[in-house]
Structures are given as C-alpha cells and as structure tokens.
Write a protein of this length. Sequence first.
Length: 455
Amino acid sequence: MIESPATIRLGRRGFLKGALLIGALTALPGCSESGLRQGNSRIAVIGAGMAGLTAASELARRGFDVTVFEARNRIGGRIYTDNSLGVPIDFGAQWIEGTIDNPIAEIAARLGAPTFETREENSFVFTDKPLSESETETLESKIEELEERAGEIAERSSEDISVGQAVSEAMKGERRSPEIEWAIKTVELGISDNLDHASAWYSDDDEEFDGAGVVLPQGYGKVAAEVGAGLKIELNKPIREINYSKDHATVITLNEEHQVDRVVVTLPLGVLKSGDVKFSPALPETKQRAIERLGFGAVAKVALRFPKIFWPRDVDFLGYAPPGGAKFAVTMNVSRFEDAPVLLAYAAGDDARSLRSAQDSEILDQVMAGLRSMFGGTAIAPEAFAIWKWESDPFAQGAYSYVKVGGTSDDYDALAEPVDNRLFFAGEATNRQFRSTVHGAYLSGQREARRITQL
C-alpha cells in the first residue's frame, strides 16, 4: 500500500475551522546585491498580481531594470477591491490567513490597515428553520467524526482517491442531511472546486500560519498598492507569446516586442492551462504535466447593498442549507465590519461554473430566493448589487489552485522550476508550502527574486 502524505480535514478553510478561502519588504537572506546587474539586468515580469509585484519590487530594489506587464487596467490580479456599492468589497482575496509571522499581516500592520477577525462558528445556519446552538454543536461533532473516518479511508487506499469519494465511503449507509451537505459546500469554497475533483492524499498537504483569519475592511487593494508602489508597470498589455533562447527572451504583446534577459512568469494557473500565452520553445514536459495535474477552481461572488439590515446583526456568516442544496450556501455579513447594510454571497466549483452564462438578474434571483427562504417578507430587495465570476475573467480563468486526483504536491515544485535560467515562475500555484494564498504568492515572488539575484 502506498502511504498517503496527508489526512483529510474537511474543515480546512471551511465551516468551523480556519479561514474560508485565500511584512515589510526585507532583504532576502543569502542574496547578493550585485549578481546579474552587470550586463544582464533587463527583467520582464508578467502579471501585476501579488507574486509579480513582489518579485518586481525585490529585483528593482537590487538595481535590476524591471518592467511589469499587466493585461488588466489595474494592478492586483486576483486581489480586486471594488467600491461600486459605496464600501470596499473584495471580490478576490479577502482573508489574511493567520496573522503570526505572516508577511501580508506585517504589510497591513505597517500601513495601519484595520483588520477584523471572522469566526465561522459565529454563523446563522438555516435548513427549513434556523439551527439551534445545540444543533450546531451536534453538527460540529458530526463533521469531526466524518473527517476522521474519511481520513482513515484515504490512508488505507492503495491509490489516490478524491476527497468526495472518501467522504461518500465514510458516510455509506448514513443519510446525508442538508446540514452535512452545506458543510461540504463550505469546504468546496475553501478548495474552490468540488470534492470529487480534489485529491484525498494531497488536499491538505501544506502549511498554515498561526493566528486568526482576518479580513481588511478597507480592502486588500491597499496591500497590493503598497507592494507595487514605484514600480514600472505597463497596464493593458496582455501577453501573446514568450520566446526564449540561451541568450535572451522576447515578450510579445498584441502589437509590441520586448527583448529582455530574464522573464518572471506569474500567469494564473488557469491562463497557463488555457494555452492563451504561447511559449516558444514549448515548456518542458514536466512543467506541462504539472499544469495539467494541478486543479484550478471557480468562485463567484455577489455583493448586495440593502436599504436596511434584515438579518442577524451579530453573526459573521449566514449559512443556507435547504433540502436539495443551494448554489449560494455561504454569505458573509459585511455589515459586521463596514457601516453599511451589505451582504456578500459565494458559490464555488460547479455551482460557480453554472453561472458563467447566466444573466445578472438570474443570479440575483437565486441569491434573493435563499434570503427570502431564510427571512421571509423581511428580506427586501437590494438597492444595488455587483457580481464577479473568476472563471469568466480572461486573465485568471479561475480562482485558486489545488491538487487534483492523480496529481501530487510535487507538481507545485515542478511548476516553480526555472527553464534554462531564462524563464522563472511565481504565483500561489508554484508554492507547495503555502498554496492558494496571498502570502504564498508573495513568498513565491521573493523566492524567484532570490533565484535570479543568485545567478
């Protein structure tokens, strides 16, 4: 029997455990301050997300000539703070996942940015009626038992199976109540995809910082702006092709070519999977295999501003668990940390993908149907709303990474490997240790700056 490297924790970034989803800039240990500055200093960074901004900032500080090429008309990548409802709403990354020794927490502290700790146990959960405190405690116990049984099944398996299969086998002969189905939905939000797609052996094979999970009431965009301050960034410059040889690399946009010495590629995994950016010569087979074996999920968010609050004021989340399930099973009570009657609803995996071609009015109706089921006639219509679907974003094509069944955590390392010391790769999907997080992207940018400086 092959030994599995990890047990299943169904609560990771899910109900009742951890965060739902995703430092000062200091010198890198062991980095030379000279390195490539002599004659080989032109660096193109592809993408102005957290990984790209961090790599560019570190390299520029060391004297390299760095240009960041960003396809969007803004920086931040999958960090996206929207203000269309009158308050900052993070449609992308929201949480600083663990505040102790987390470099993102250090940046936020340096900025004086306020934070707010969210607690998943502080949830209002509704099936056909609100769950009582004792019923919520019973649900927590059931989840813990289910985690243990599913983990044992995965460990005994002679080959990798999906988290979904392990859970199904653990519940064989038992009724899957709406509450359990809802708890599974919250875990899928943490993975960004259905449990049937995620590896049972490797879904939890990473690390977390200690401390609370906190959101940034003023928006994550302030962190991205701080990291990117002073950089040379060319917006509205989607990359069509990256050519490389032993001597140089060429970055080709829609109507320009830029010859450089090194390229730091921070394209989201979804874009790498799509093939929208051509590499010439083609990337090594090991890297192409890693791109295929890693999963990249889908998340959709709907923000709603109401004339007044009609939901419980003192809860962090609303959980909707009707018989038959719901696409929008988790909703954040934004009014807990913003002085506004705002909710933010989430869908993930196939639920999010099913919304890709839906009209905004259809999506709004689905969210409101759940709220009306929970709160009856008090659930008044919103005065404004906004929707973001990450799978529909051509410059992301998904949310964040995970290991699919048949893949391994080694695929993160393979994706991070440089090619011919000409192409370097950063981003959350290149960070085995802190995958799927903003701090993982940040640390990967530091890693590649170190790697280039030490050449």
